[in-house]
Ligand binder design. Sequence first.
Ligand SMILES: [Zn+2]
Length: 83
Amino acid sequence: MSFKQARKLLDIIFIAEMVFALLGLALQDTFLKTPIFIVVVGLLFSLFYVSATYLKCPHCDSGIDPRLSRQATHCPFCGEKLE
Ligand SMILES: [Zn+2]
């Protein structure tokens, strides 16, 4: 997976995470609470997994801070273009 694909995937996971978290809050006292909680925790783990595994420079392999990755066009370590 390329850096750009990883960033896109992280956006999708993050939005899904928010949707399920809000859903969990809205449906607090129903039988759906537990499965939603499991999904939210699972999404959280995949968020960490994808950013730790794929969010890195394709040239020097340095990990890019997920908070910086949205604006970053070049690697802060080696200066190469991120794509
Ligand atoms: Zn680099």
